[in-house]
Design a protein around this ligand. Structure first.
Ligand SMILES: NC(=O)c1ccc[n+]([C@@H]2O[C@H](COP(=O)([O-])OP(=O)(O)OC[C@H]3O[C@@H](n4cnc5c(N)ncnc54)[C@H](O)[C@@H]3O)[C@@H](O)[C@H]2O)c1
Length: 371
C-alpha cells in the first residue's frame, strides 16, 4: 500500500531506549506503506534526545512526552508501541486498554513479568474489541525460522516429536537504570529472553505445554556488579525441558557467556518422518527425511525480499511491523499474528522454568497459570 492511497497510520512509541529506537527506525523504513511516528514518551532525557536525533535525521517531527498518559491524552496517534522495561508493561497496558479512545498496541515481549498480570491484561483486552494487541514475539519472522515453520506445517517432517533450541550468545546488555539485572524487573531470564523460544517450541510442536523441568544458575556474568548494594540475580545459563500435551517435547539450551559461537540460535525439529534445522544469523535451513537419509538433506540460504531494514534482529522487527500494519489496516477483519494468548503462554512456560529451578522439581503449567 503506497502512501497517499490510504490515510497515514500514526504511531506513538512509549519507551525509546534501545528497542524503542529500533522500532522508530523500522517504522521509518515502512514510510512508503503510509506510516509515521508522530510522538514518543520516555521519562529519561538522554533516551528522548537520542530518539529525537534519529527522527531529525529522517525529517520526522516528533512530539515528546515524559509518560504514556500524555501520549494517550494527546490523541495524536492510532497505534502505540510499548517498548519500556518489562515490569512497566502491565500498568501501561492497563491504562491503554482502559482509555476511552482506542489505540492499537504492539507490546514488546515479555507481555508482563507474571502470569497473573498477563491474565489481567488478557481479560481487559476482551472488553476492547475495538483495539488490536500484538505481542512482540518476533523470532517467528526471522527468515530461516519462518522457513522451518513452513517446512513443519507442510508435513515434510511428519508428526513433530522433539524441538531443541540452543541459544548461545553474549551476556545481557547494559540497560537504562540497569533494570534488566534483577528478576523482579525482568521476570527472570527464562521469562525475559526465553519467552521467544518457548513461543517457537509451541509453534513447532503444534501443542500446549503441560510441565517444565529446568536447571540453571548465575555462574559467570554480572557477579562483580552491584546496584544499590545488590548483586544481580538473573541466571546466565540453563537447560529447560518442556513437555507438550501431544506427547512432543522441547529442550532449551541457554548460555549467555558464549560469545565464541558462530550462530546465536540453532534450532532442531525432529518428527517421525524427518528432521529440520535453522541457524541464526547464518540464515541457513537444512532438512531431510528418514527415507532420504543424509544424502537427501537439502540446504537453503533463507531470505525474505520484503525486508527493507535488517536492524538488530535480522529483519524480523520489520516484518513484525509489516504484519501488524496489515492487521491494523484490515480494521478488525484480520487478527494480530501473535496474540495475547501466545504472550501469556510464553510467559507461563518461563515462569514454570524459573519455579522448577527454585524448587528442584517439575513445575506444571496448571500450577503457574492459576498463580
Ligand atoms: N524483541 C526483542 O528481541 C527485544 C530486544 C530487546 C529488548 N526487548 C524488549 O523491549 C523492551 C525495552 O527494552 P530496551 O532494551 O529498549 O531497554 P532500555 O533500557 O534500553 O530502554 C527502555 C526505555 O524505557 C524508558 N522507560 C522506563 N519506564 C518508562 C515508562 N513508564 N514510560 C515510558 N518510558 C519508560 C526508559 O527510560 C528507557 O529509555 C523490554 O520489554 C525488552 O524486553 C525486546
Amino acid at each position: 500500500m503506497a502512501a497517499g492511497t490510504e490515510s497515514i497510520v500514526k504511531y506513538g512509541i512509549i519507551g525509546v531506549g534501545m528497542m524503542g529506537r529500533e522500532h522508530l527506525v523500522n517504522l521509518y523504513h515502512l514510510r512508503s506503506q503510509g506510516v509515521a511516528v508522530v510522538c514518543i514518551a520516555d521519562p529519561h532525557v538522554p533516551s528522548q534526545q537520542l530518539a529525537l536525533s534519529v527522527a531529525e535525521s529522517f525529517n520526522w517531527p516528533l512530539q515528546v512526552f515524559s509518560g504514556h498518559k500524555q501520549i494517550l491524552d494527546s490523541g495524536l496517534c492510532d497505534v502505540v508501541v510499548v517498548s519500556t522495561p518489562n515490569m512497566t508493561h502491565f500498568e501501561i497496558l492497563m491504562d491503554i486498554l482502559n482509555y476511552p479512545k482506542p489505540h492499537h498496541v504492539l507490546v514488546e515481549k515479555p507481555l508482563c513479568t507474571t502470569v497473573a498480570d498477563c491474565r489481567r491484561v488478557v481479560e481487559a483486552a476482551k472488553r476492547r474489541p475495538d483495539m488490536l494487541v500484538q505481542v512482540g514475539l518476533e523470532y517467528r519472522y526471522m527468515a530461516p525460522v519462518a522457513k522451518l515453520i513452513d517446512i513443519v506445517k507442510c508435513g515434510t517432517l511428519g508428526q513433530v516429536k522433539m524441538v531443541a533450541i540452543r541459544e548461545h550468545r553474549f551476556p545481557f546488555l547494559v540497560k537504562v537504570n540497569n533494570w534488566n539485572r534483577f528478576n523482579c524487573n525482568s521476570g527472570g531470564t527464562l521469562v525475559e529472553k526465553c519467552c521467544h523460544f518457548f513461543d517457537l517450541m509451541r509453534l513447532f510442536a503444534g501443542a500446549n505445554p503441560v510441565r517444565v523441568m529446568a536447571s540453571g544458575a548465575i555462574d559467570v556474568n554480572h557477579k562483580d556488579e552491584i546496584y544499590d548494594g545488590k548483586v544481580p540475580d538473573i541466571i546466565d545459563n540453563a537447560y529447560v525441558i518442556v513437555e507438550f500435551d501431544n506427547g512432543s517435547r522441547g529442550m532449551l539450551d541457554l548460555c549467555m557467556f558464549a560469545e565464541g559461537s558462530k550462530n546465536e540460535q540453532e534450532i532442531s525439529v525432529v518428527g517421525d518422518g524427518g528432521k529440520g534445522e535453522a541457524f541464526v544469523p547464518e540464515s541457513i535451513v537444512r532438512w531431510g527425511t528418514r527415507v532420504g537419509g543424509r544424502e537427501g538433506v537439502q540446504t537453503l540460504q533463507a531470505s525474505d525480499d520484503r525486508i527493507q531494514y535488517d536492524g538488530l534482529h535480522h529483519g524480523s522487527s520489520y516484518l513484525e511491523h509489516l504484519n501488524f500494519l496489515s492487521a491494523v489496516r484490515a480494521k478488525g477483519a484480520q487478527a494480530p499474528a501473535v496474540n495475547l494468548h501466545d504472550g501469556l503462554i510464553s510467559v507461563a512456560i518461563g515462569v514454570a522454568g524459573q519455579l522448577s529451578i527454585e524448587k528442584g522439581r517439575f513445575a506444571t503449567i496448571e500450577e503457574v497459570i492459576n498463580e
